[in-house]
Design a protein around this ligand. Sequence first.
Ligand SMILES: Cc1cc2nc3c(=O)[nH]c(=O)nc-3n(C[C@H](O)[C@H](O)[C@H](O)COP(=O)(O)O)c2cc1C
Length: 229
Amino acid sequence: MKKFFASAILTAAVILTSPAFCAAASDISLPAPSITRTKSLGEVMRERQSSRDISGEPLSKQELANILWAANGITKRFNGSEGHVNPAALGIYSVDVYAVTAEGIYLYQPDKNKLKLVTAGDYRAATTSSRHPQDFAINAPLNLVYVENSDAWKKSNHPVNAERQAAFANIAAGAMCQSVALMAHNHGYGNCVRGSVDTDAFTKAAKLSNTQKILFAQSVGDSANVAKG
Ligand SMILES: Cc1cc2nc3c(=O)[nH]c(=O)nc-3n(C[C@H](O)[C@H](O)[C@H](O)COP(=O)(O)O)c2cc1C
């Protein structure tokens, strides 16, 4: 009997401390972004660089919120109307941002300021090339994956052909990743835009549809080479 209890306690201890139990992934409601100025815009622009020494140190919810808002967030303009951090042709926001952490793949929902869990588990390796993997991406606490969704154009009253849609998505995503880079530097984090992504693995893991196309990824995290605020 004693043996039975000892083994039951041991089993319970193993389950309770296993990573899967401790970090059961679920949707994440984000706080409002913290946009207190710590450096001047000019300083942040001068400091911008690609960092590949990103440490695995997890980001706080506030840090996640700041980065995701920079990537695809909604703003309140000076006149009180609603706007977006980044521009999009004809106001059609056809680029979605997926946040990939050690816990899972999440879709950022700008209108709810929320990360919606898509797939639980560590899929950070799928955000880098399988043939030439970049280790810093596999360890980065946050990898953003920019995904064009051509379904967004169904809302448009103006006909735009597929070639222009693709160009517009690339231009929009370029602005998005630069906003992330500037926000990261403002808060003392490193980032690196990465064109090399295992598109097959990520398409499968994130359950992307045939109207969705991966554009590129961007790693974000603490870097010894970025000045703190
Ligand atoms: C579209 C694009 C794709 C890139 N792909 C990668 C990549 O896959 N891996 C990587 O380490 N850096 C990548 N970079 C970063 C560039 O190598 C980097 O911006 C360039 O060397 C200039 O350095 P800097 O950003 O520090 O000024 C990419 C940059 C862009 C804009």
